[in-house]
Design a protein around this ligand. Sequence first.
Ligand SMILES: [Zn+2]
Ligand SMILES: [Zn+2]
Length: 351
Amino acid sequence: MYNIKAYSAASATSPLASDRISRRETTERDVQIEILFCGICHSDLHTVRNEWSSIMPTAYPCVPGHEIVGRVTKVGSAVTKFKPGDLAGVGCLVDSDQTCPNCKAGLEQLCPNQTLTFNSPDKHLGGITYGGYSESIVVDEHFVLRVPSNLNLAGVAPLLCAGITTYSPMRRWGDLKGKKVGVVGLGGLGHMGVKFALAFGARVVVFTTSPSKKEDALRLGANEVIISSNPEEMQKHAGSFDFILDTIAASHDINAYINMLAHDGNITLVGAPEKPLAVSAFALLFGRRSLSGSVIGGIAETQEMLDFCGKHGITSDIELIKIQDINEAYERMLKSDVKYRFVIDMASLKV
Ligand SMILES: [Zn+2]
Ligand SMILES: [Zn+2]
């Protein structure tokens, strides 16, 4: 074991503060990564504040962070994909059983025995896993991603969660070229959804409740913006979408968006509202529409997404912060006062 600096929360009501944690020495399959950038995901905040206690209660101290980009500093003797000096990424998963049918199909995100990057039982050291708000991390090479060298590294960090979360359901739906795709909500997830849908050749329409976001959506390349609180605007587009990506994490009227779908259209939820959504069966039945959910992606697909981003020059729009400003960033994130993702410059942890 070795000891490093990190930022952790001591309880659900404590602010994040400087701390020290242990990492394991690299085993033969491990890659040790010096963390350069870590994105801030809403899951970090939910976990720190124990807001998902019914599904995954938080163990403290909690070191969040699962949008990690860094440089390899050491590799185990059996590691073949990486060598010291390489760029590397780590997302939401650091381990799984690698033997179940889901893992064998490359769907590690659906493995019943997965280890999340933070707040999961740690098979190696006991206790729980600690995430990316730290100097370094040690991860089985299967769960380490190659990072394209042509991209801005801070803007790559959010791809490891927000990126794959939006890329995966769109890829799974099929060829989006020439299709009409809606993106509901323009935040960390939504703005990535817009970028990917455009890169897939779709005609992209953003649904937003705030007229102030219209200009921004158009700047990102959206072909059209619908103010969802305006029934006339909504009515004009009813029954016309092939696919809709719903990124809203708060309660909302899902039926309004189901009714936007053409027949056989699909709406996929990637946001996680706390309370159940009321779904009108009629809205699904008439039109043979479908409603799905999706969570991150498998390791191979995450690599595919990063390679796609390298080829198409796609990164997240970010605001870079020092780790000392993390608590303020959380408050601003709660007000959606960020375009579109905070990323921590981990060099600030060294001072
Ligand atoms: Zn996340
Ligand atoms: Zn598995």
